[in-house]
Design a protein around this ligand. Structure first.
Ligand SMILES: NC(=[NH2+])NCCC[C@H](N)C(=O)O
Length: 388
């Protein structure tokens, strides 16, 4: 087990696939609403066609959310089917010769954690891409932005420890106190002004307020050998990018992009091989560092509503319909794609890729696709310079 992962496309040797065991509810409180509100506003408010309104009573829940959060239950059928799909994904990866690791499962009893500033529920380690950046031979646990995900990387410890024992570096970005005042609310308030979703409640004062803190998800990053593109939309993201830049100085070049999306960029742009980007829209390239603007762009057909299961009014939709752009490359010419997206598969095949269809039904309910719920820990590529 040697940790080595510098890019998103070179031959995949080892990967962690997330777990949704005992995913019983979403906890609605400021940090959750802020993150998914941003997403739900539509990933980037400048493009109204990317709006997708929050559904059901849960939408009203954010106005009256208690300090400990409002637990919005998730139907057991969805969780069971998601776990079936995760097992199916793992089986496909193994059939392609990839070593698959899994996190510890969340126990069945409702877990709760407490910090000096707040208590929170604990959600399973599903979208493991979000809270850990693998930068070459280093595990970097990023500074979380959602209270119910604060200790999520603890469930990955057995895997991380084995990589560390094999020589990996292992760092943790400073953990935020994550009081309401830790968040820069200006962006989400500006993008919501008069928009279709409810405003974020005023932050509650706390004795632990220290001002805006660094909070940055690894899914805001795109890894390209010795270069890492980082999306920054808020002051708390910018502080996280400052830490990353300082920590990686001399090993990686960090390139900031401004508000490419509200936070995560892996359903906006992915690099499928050197010189080729999969993008939601050709205009995305204009927001990227100059060397990437000359790369070939693959723009799949826009998603259609019948691509997704129909849901009830009380089911919380957590992603845009563009979530299936969130593919996973197992090599520079082979990509795992949601089997419900024949248009995307055909588009990739026209560009010379092998598209491997994999079932993943409820990606909109759990906030992520194939790239989100995997963490590629060993690929063949190295710290190449793809941007010169
Ligand atoms: N690593 C992740 N969880 N990425 C998911 C990004 C989903 C994106 N906000 C969308 O709504 O399409």
């Amino acid at each position: 087990m040697r940790l080595n992962s510098f890019d998103e496309w070179s031959p995949l040797q080892e990967v962690i696939v997330g777990s949704a065991e005992n995913y019983v509810s979403h906890e609605r409180e400021l940090s959750f609403d802020l993150f998914f509100h941003e997403n739900i506003v539509g990933d980037n408010a400048q493009r109204t066609e990317w709006y997708y309104p929050r559904l059901g009573h849960a939408a009203e829940g954010s106005a009256g959310t208690s300090a400990n959060g409002d637990r919005t239950p998730i139907k057991r059928r969805y969780v069971d089917e998601l776990n079936e799909d995760l097992e199916g994904m793992a089986a496909v990866l193994r059939s392609l010769g990839v070593t698959v690791h899994r996190p510890m499962d969340l126990p069945a009893r409702p877990a709760e954690v407490r910090t000096p500033a707040w208590p929170a529920a604990v959600v399973p380690p599903l979208n493991i891409r979000d809270n850990t950046l693998i930068a070459g031979d280093e595990i970097i646990e990023t500074a979380p932005m959602i209270r119910s995900r604060y200790f999520e990387t603890q469930l990955l410890k057995p895997v991380f420890q084995r990589y560390f024992e094999s020589g990996a570096r292992w760092s943790v970005m400073p953990r935020p106190l994550m009081t309401d005042a830790s968040f820069d609310l200006s962006y989400v308030r500006a993008t919501n002004a008069g928009g279709p979703t409810e405003p974020i409640e005023d932050p509650r004062p706390s004795r632990y307020d220290v001002g805006v803190e660094m909070m940055l998800d690894a899914a805001q990053c795109l890894r390209l050998g010795r270069d890492i593109v980082v999306n920054v939309s808020t002051a708390h993201h910018a502080l996280g990018a400052d830490w990353l830049e300082r920590h990686l100085a001399g090993r990686f070049r960090v390139h900031r992009v401004h508000r490419l999306s509200d936070s995560h960029i892996d359903s906006m742009v992915l690099a499928l091989r050197p010189g080729t980007l999969l993008v939601r829209d050709a205009a995305v390239a204009d927001r990227l560092p100059a060397p990437l603007r000359t790369w070939d762009l693959i723009v799949p057909p826009p998603p259609t509503e019948n691509t997704f299961p129909s849901y009830d009014a009380d089911d919380l939709i957590l992603t845009s319909p563009y979530i299936d752009l969130n593919v996973l490359s197992v090599s520079p010419d082979t990509v795992l794609v949601n089997e419900a997206c024949p248009g995307l598969m055909r588009t990739l095949e026209r560009h010379g890729f092998t598209a491997v269809p994999v079932r993943h039904r409820h990606r909109r309910l759990f906030g992520g696709g194939f790239h989100c719920f995997t963490l590629d820990t060993a690929r063949a590529g190295g710290a190449e310079d793809y941007l010169s």
